[in-house]
Ligand binder design. Structure first.
Ligand SMILES: CC(=O)CC(=O)O
Length: 660
């Protein structure tokens, strides 16, 4: 039995592992080509966040970026917001993916509840991408136009992204289990020309026909000129109720055999739009660029996740989470990207471990919540499956508990590299996490990533070591948002990240940086709720819940229990004379499932007299979450800053009951 205590040494890379990892090769390359020698990772990291230009230039060179025009400077401007990366360069993200193609080998391996295990070779990926790109062009899509996808995590989504990027258009995806309202709130903002949509999907053995939602999306998004329907659930979906709709094969078929060409775009040309939603307003439509994403993803894949040509890389995700973009980025390392669409707990909790055996998976990435669920289910993947190819397990989404670390070493396999990693949608990367040269300690992320000057700040903006503080990034990173869509003057972007510490990125997580460089993340300091790979701001859930006539107000928090499991209660304030009946609860759950996502249906619905609010009317999500997690109420919230301090009492009482 290994003791689940934070800081316990769980695994050390062997000398051979260290010698052969790409990070070591990069260090040898720096010595040989740049005359730079570093005794260890810590010194390398210090250099990477100090001499930003030299570091990012070396990543460009070492990783062999393909560009039709070189950059004039690495950083035009260094300040945040507004840093300018690689001015002068012209390139294409998709071209860089295909530059690492391994002819005759599988680019993708996929399986879903509807499709058996199958591969797609690099040649086929190229052909399909070329055909779709040509079809999009013919449909009038050009540089800067938006193509959106309401597709599951299947090869067509990867083809869609690469085709869109190849022609310089802008990609954006939502998973088909997102409800109508969430998709409209995202896609309508960016005025797409074309939508690629699946007719439905299967999850946990149940079929979900989405043609009704697709029809409603067409009504709600007037900019759409064409909808391409992928028969995924049904061989012959009924497109009768749709306007300007065409089946996938009819759309791309006439372009079979087209040549794939790559529009050359500046580094800051928009590549895709990701979304992050908070407590108020529409989800932020975050725009990231070809050059910035390419450099950051090459760094993460090659140096931090140590993805090598021929590796089989998997992360359990949907197309509505940035980890899907990371899965696509594994192609930059020459890996085969593994895609899985379905319920990871169906038909039982071994579903993904079975997939790991079938595919000879080398890297198994998932959410901390999934590891905790496996632990609770008492499964024994290491005993039941041949995981001999598995070298690394990655965890993200929320902090992995010490028990989760120990479970992985005791029940997956003793000799593997478990990296817990953290970052987010806003940069589409992990900026704290895996380093193949360092040991794994229980409950810790190994280190801050290269080029990521992550610090813990106190309220006054002083850096902290060995104390919990706000996670900030004090130097620009290339994958930071170029801008938010529809944010003239950049006000919303500034308010979102730079409002607390001017010129410094405040991420919205709590972090402790330990003296030896390991980090512990304590979850969100804001109120985004990430469940099973679907990240949603509470504003969207409130709008679904508060649309129920009997509900006057609501509050949702996702609390992590000490054993790592999640508890997500929804608090509702009922209108005068109403009662929280079973029917009312069912209606609330139905609305959340349909308008937001099934993953955000609460564990429990509880009636409270009032929702605590700040003096300027904001719901007190973080303090309530802290109280329910066991923080003494007087430390969690200052009653003076509340408009209704008495409202806290119900939560303090509940915390006592659940032993928080
Ligand atoms: C890498 C990550 O940070 C993923 C997430 O939690 O959204």
């Amino acid at each position: 039995m290994i003791e689940a205590t934070e800081g316990t040494l769980l695994w050390e890379p062997s000398e051979e592992f260290k010698r052969s990892c790409t990070m070591s090769r990069y260090m040898r390359w720096l010595e040989e080509k740049r005359g730079l020698s570093f005794p260890g990772y810590r010194e390398l990291w210090e250099w990477s966040v100090t001499d930003l230009e030299a570091f990012w230039e070396s990543v460009w060179e070492f990783c062999g970026v393909k560009a039709s025009r070189p950059f004039e400077r690495v950083l035009g401007r260094r300040e945040m917001p507004g840093a300018e990366w690689f001015p002068g360069a012209e390139l294409n993200y998709a071209e860089n993916i295909f530059a690492r193609a391994r002819p005759g080998r599988d680019a993708l391996l996929f399986r879903s509840e509807l499709r058996p295990l199958a591969g797609m070779s690099w040649d086929e990926l190229r052909e399909r991408t070329a055909a779709l790109a040509a079809a999009l062009r013919e449909a009038g899509v050009g540089r800067g136009d938006r193509v959106v996808a309401y597709l599951p995590n299947i090869p067509e989504a990867v083809v869609g992204l690469l085709a869109t990027a190849s022609i310089g258009a802008v990609w954006s995806s939502c998973s088909p289990d997102f409800g109508l309202g969430s998709v409209v709130d995202r896609f309508r903002q960016i005025e797409p020309k074309v939508m690629l949509a699946a007719d439905g999907y299967r999850y946990g053995g149940r079929d979900f026909d989405r043609m009704g939602v697709v029809a409603r999306l067409q009504e709600e998004i007037p900019s759409l000129q064409k909808t391409v329907v992928l028969p995924y659930l049904n061989a012959e979906p009924d497109t009768g109720t749709l306007k300007e709709a065409v089946l996938w094969e009819e759309f791309v078929g006439p372009h079979a055999g087209a040549e794939l060409s790559f529009e050359q775009v500046p580094a800051d040309h928009p590549l895709w739009v990701l979304y992050s939603s908070g407590t108020t307003g529409l989800p932020k439509a975050i725009v990231q660029g070809h050059g910035g994403i390419l450099l950051e993803h090459l760094k993460v894949m090659l140096l931090h996740m140590d993805v090598k040509p021929g590796d089989r890389f998997f992360w359990f995700t949907t197309t509505g989470w940035m980890m899907w973009n990371i899965v696509v980025a594994s192609l930059l390392g020459g890996a085969t990207a593994l895609l899985y669409d379905g319920n990871p707990g169906y038909p039982d909790m071994n579903a993904l471990w079975r997939f790991a055996e079938e595919t000879g998976m080398n890297v198994f990435g998932t959410s901390a919540a999934y590891i905790t669920a496996c632990m609770k289910a008492g499964i024994e993947p290491g005993r039941e499956f041949d995981l001999s190819a598995l070298g690394a397990v990655g965890s993200t989404g929320s902090p992995l508990s010490p028990e989760g670390f120990v479970w992985a070493y005791e029940h997956i396999k003793r000799d593997h590299w478990l990296f817990s990693t953290s970052g987010g949608t806003d940069l589409c990367t992990a900026f704290v996490g895996g380093v193949p040269l360092l040991p794994v300690r229980c409950g810790e992320l190994q280190a801050r990533s290269l080029g990521a000057k992550v610090e813990a700040f106190d309220d006054e903006g002083n850096p902290l070591i060995d104390e919990v503080g706000e996670l900030v990034i004090t130097e620009p990173m290339p994958s930071m948002p170029l801008y938010f869509w529809n944010d003239p003057g950049g006000k919303r972007l500034r308010d979102s990240y730079f409002g607390v510490y001017p010129g410094v990125w405040r991420h919205g997580d709590w972090i402790k940086i330990k003296p030896h460089g390991g980090c512990v993340i304590y979850g969100r300091s804001d109120s985004t709720i990430n469940r099973g790979g679907v990240r949603m701001g509470t504003a969207e859930i409130y709008s679904a819940v508060e649309g129920v006539p009997q509900i006057a107000d609501s509050l949702l928090v996702d609390v992590q229990r000490p054993d790592g499991s999640a508890y997500m209660p929804l608090f509702v304030v009922l209108r005068e004379g109403e009662e929280l009946t079973e029917e009312l609860e069912a209606e609330i759950r139905r609305r959340i499932r349909e308008y937001c996502s099934p993953r955000h249906v609460p564990d429990e619905i509880l009636a409270v007299p009032e929702i605590p609010r700040t003096l300027n009317g904001k719901k007190l999500e973080v303090p309530v979450k802290k109280i329910l997690s066991g923080t003494p109420p007087e430390k969690a919230a200052s009653r003076d800053s509340l408009s209704n301090p008495r409202a806290l009492d119900a939560f303090v009482e509940l915390a006592r009951k659940i032993g928080g």
